[in-house]
Design a protein around this ligand. Structure first.
Ligand code: GTP
Ligand code: MG
Length: 149
């Protein structure tokens, strides 16, 4: 099954947006399989964003992600990776459509409140990176027959 790693960044936690952001994925109908509040060590942030390590903003990005607790989530569902990216909106919140998380709740790229994996491969990679075995839950939501024909 397709999985994506969604993370509420430290600004989202500090601004009290945790419930609001989780709600958007919950209401959409995806399945939550992992959830924790976590203070991310520098090494993990660097590994997570390793594709961006040559960018000038990389040190600032690592400081940002490690500046306070994040909420780590694993979500599952057909098409969840691309759909979550749509729900999240463009990287620069000023370009993000109203109705998206970043479009509704943020104003700067460097404070864009939430992360979402950009491919199913990275979804699997990132979930394995941020969660230990035993922290993920396989379960059958009772609403499933009302979401899928
Ligand atoms: P993520 O879901 O967090 O991976 O964002 P994204 O996929 O929309 O963007 P990308 O992977 O290209 O960049 C990762 C993160 O780095 C962004 O979400 C921003 O928080 C940060 N970032 C990207 N570009 C810039 C920039 O030009 N300046 C600053 N300060 N941060 C940036
Ligand atoms: Mg990205």
């Amino acid at each position: 099954v397709e999985e994506t790693y969604i993370m509420i960044k430290p600004d989202g936690v500090q601004r009290g947006l945790v419930g609001e952001i989780i709600s958007r994925f919950e209401k959409k109908g995806f399945k939550l399989t992992g959830l924790k509040l976590f203070q991310c060590p520098k090494e993990l942030a660097q590994e997570h964003y390793k594709d961006l390590q040559s960018k000038p903003f990389f040190p600032k990005l690592i400081d940002y992600i490690t500046s306070g607790p994040v909420v780590c989530m694993a979500w599952e569902g057909v098409g969840v990776v691309a759909s979550a990216r749509k729900l999240i909106g463009a990287t620069n919140p000023l370009n993000a459509e109203p109705g998206t998380i970043r479009g509704d709740l943020a104003v700067q790229t460097g404070r864009n409140v939430v992360h979402g994996s950009d491919s199913p491969e990275n979804g699997k990679r990132e979930i394995a990176l941020w969660f230990k075995e035993g922290e993920l839950c396989e379960w059958a939501p009772v609403q499933e027959p009302w979401l899928k024909e």
